[in-house]
Design a protein around this ligand. Structure first.
Ligand code: FES
Length: 64
């Protein structure tokens, strides 16, 4: 699903960016340009970011 229409960023793009090392909204802005135009997507982008970070933490904990 598209999270940021202005920059054509999907939830998959955000999850992939997290897997590549992004862990803050600043990282996402710098990497994907998400929330850099109208800003309406910022809340949803943050929710997807937090969800992706939780999944990553679970994966790491499960692998240990
Ligand atoms: S929808 Fe993301 S900046 Fe406009």
């Amino acid at each position: 699903m598209y999270v940021c229409v202005c920059r054509a960023v999907t939830d998959g793009d955000i999850r992939e960016a997290v897997e590549q090392g992004c862990c803050t909204m600043r990282d996402l802005r710098n990497t994907l340009d998400v929330a850099t135009q109208c800003g309406r997507c910022a809340l949803t982008a943050r929710e997807v970011l937090n969800d992706a970070l939780q999944h990553l933490a679970r994966d790491i904990a499960g692998a240990a």
